[in-house]
Ligand binder design. Structure first.
Ligand code: GTR
Length: 396
C-alpha cells in the first residue's frame, strides 16, 4: 500500500514538473547576460593579458563560489598501479590498460579505476578521449565481449585515438546521501562550507587525477587529452575543462542545465528543477538562485569561455528539450568574444544549425542530432571529426 502511494506521489510529482516546464519558444522571456568582458571593478577587458590575469580568475571563482563549489588541489600522495595490460586486445589492434589511481590525504584514500585502450599500429603517442562515465563500468567492458555505443572503443581506436574512462562513482557516488563516500572523505571540511565541493566538482577532480596518470603514460600525447561527458558527466567535463588547462578539448553531450545551457533562458530544466532532485551535485550557495537566475553573477556561456583558448564542443539531441539545445547553442555564440581576444574564428551563425547539421569553427563545435537524450556512435563521430579538424588546424 505504502509502495503504491509512493508511486502515485512520484507520478503526480513528475506530471507537475512536466506541466510547469516551458517548451514554447514564444514564451521565452527576455534576459540580460552578465558582462563577459568587464571586470568586477567595471573595467573593460580588451587584451588576452587582462582576460587571463583578471577576468578569467574572477569568473572561475564565481563558478566555484556560486555553482559547483571548490575543487581542492592539495593531496599527500598519488599512486598509479597498472592492474592489467593486454597488448593483444581487440584482435591485436589495441592495448588495454587498467590502472588504479590512488590518491591519499590525511590518511584517507580514494581509488579511481581507469580503463583505457590505445591503438597499436601508430608511430607517435596518441590523442585520447577521457570519459567521465555516469553510465557505469558495464559500458566500458575491458574484454570487449559487451559493446556499448556510449563508449564505442573500437570506432575510436580505428580513428587513431585512444579512449579512457572511469566510473563517476569511484570519485563520488551519484546519490543524495552516499555522495560523501569518495573524494569528499579526503576533504571533509568541504562539507561544512557554502562553497564546498559538490559532486560535479568531485567528478571533475577525478578526471584531473586521471589526467595526472595519462600525462605520464608514454602511449598518450599529453598535449592532446580531451574530456568527454554525457549529461551530468557533460557538466563535469566542461567544469573540468574550465579549470584544468591540460584539457585540450572539453566535450559535453546533452549537458543542459548547469552544463552548456544558458540558465537565464526559461526553457526546459531550470535551476529549481535540478536542485530539487540533485542538490548534492552543487555547492550550497547555488540555492540562492532558485527562481532568481538574474541574480547569478555568471551564466553558462562564461563556463565555455573559461575553456578558451582551448577547444570546446557541445553535442545535443533534438528531442532532448529538457536540456535546451538552443540555449546550449546560444551559450557557445555568447562565449565567442573571449575566443576573439585570441584571434580565433568567431563567426558562428546566429541561428542554431538544422538537425544533423554540425557546425565546426577552429575552437568551437556544435551538433544537434535527431533523437533522444543519449550519447551514441553518431555523437562520437562528430567528436572525432571535430578533434581531427582541431588538431589539423592547431598543429604543434
Ligand atoms: C536529469 C537531469 C539533467 C541531466 C540528466 C542526466 O535528470 O535533470 O540535468 O543531468 O539527468 O544526467 O542524464
Amino acid at each position: 500500500m505504502t509502495r503504491i502511494l509512493t508511486n502515485i506521489t512520484v507520478i503526480l510529482f513528475s506530471l507537475q514538473t512536466l506541466w510547469a516546464q516551458n517548451y514554447d519558444e514564444s514564451k521565452v522571456l527576455p534576459y540580460k547576460l552578465p558582462e563577459l568582458l568587464q571586470t568586477q571593478a567595471r573595467e573593460k577587458v580588451t587584451t588576452i593579458k587582462e582576460w587571463e590575469k583578471i577576468r578569467r580568475p574572477e569568473i572561475l571563482k564565481l563558478f566555484e563560489d556560486n555553482i559547483y563549489g571548490q575543487v581542492p588541489k592539495d593531496f599527500d600522495q598519488i599512486k598509479f598501479e597498472l592492474k592489467k595490460e593486454d597488448k593483444t586486445a581487440m584482435g591485436g589492434k589495441a592495448t588495454l590498460k587498467e590502472v588504479g589511481i590512488t590518491v591519499s590525504r590525511n590518511r584517507k584514500s580514494v581509488t579511481i579505476n581507469l580503463v583505457m585502450f590505445v591503438p597499436n599500429k601508430v608511430k607517435k603517442p596518441v590523442p585520447i578521449f577521457l570519459v567521465i562515465n555516469n553510465r557505469g563500468i558495464r559500458t566500458m567492458d575491458a574484454t570487449r565481449e559487451r559493446k556499448d555505443g556510449f563508449w564505442p572503443a573500437e570506432e575510436v581506436i580505428d580513428a587513431g585515438y585512444g579512449i579512457a574512462g572511469f566510473d563517476v562513482k569511484d570519485a563520488a557516488p551519484d546519490n543524495k546521501t552516499a555522495y560523501v563516500k569518495g573524494v569528499l572523505e579526503l576533504y571533509p571540511e568541504q562539507l561544512k562550507i557554502n562553497n564546498g565541493m559538490g559532486v560535479l566538482s568531485a567528478w571533475a577532480w577525478g578526471a584531473s587525477r586521471a589526467i595526472d596518470y595519462l600525462e605520464k603514460d608514454k602511449a598518450v600525447d599529453a598535449k592532446k587529452i580531451m574530456t568527454v561527458g554525457h549529461s551530468r558527466g557533460g557538466k563535469a567535463s566542461l567544469w573540468c575543462g574550465a579549470q584544468d588547462k591540460r584539457v585540450v578539448i572539453a566535450i559535453s553531450n546533452d549537458s543542459g542545465e548547469s552544463g552548456a545551457a544558458i540558465s537565464r533562458r526559461n526553457f526546459g530544466e531550470t535551476i529549481k528543477d535540478i536542485l530539487r532532485t540533485f542538490p548534492y551535485w552543487f555547492c550550497k550557495n547555488y540555492h540562492q538562485y532558485i527562481d532568481n537566475e538574474d541574480k547569478l553573477p555568471v551564466d553558462q556561456h562564461m563556463l565555455l569561455a573559461l575553456i578558451a583558448p582551448r577547444g570546446v564542443y557541445v553535442g545535443n539531441a533534438a528531442e532532448d528539450l529538457w536540456a535546451d539545445p538552443k540555449g546550449q547553442y546560444l551559450s557557445l555564440v555568447c562565449a565567442q568574444p573571449v575566443y576573439g581576444l585570441y584571434g580565433f574564428e568567431t563567426d558562428l551563425p546566429a541561428e542554431m544549425p538544422a538537425v544533423n547539421e554540425r557546425v565546426f569553427r577552429s575552437h568551437m563545435g556544435f551538433h544537434n542530432r535527431e533523437g533522444k537524450h543519449n550519447m551514441t556512435p553518431y555523437d562520437w563521430q562528430q567528436f572525432i571529426a571535430f578533434a581531427n579538424n582541431y588538431f589539423q588546424k592547431n598543429a604543434n
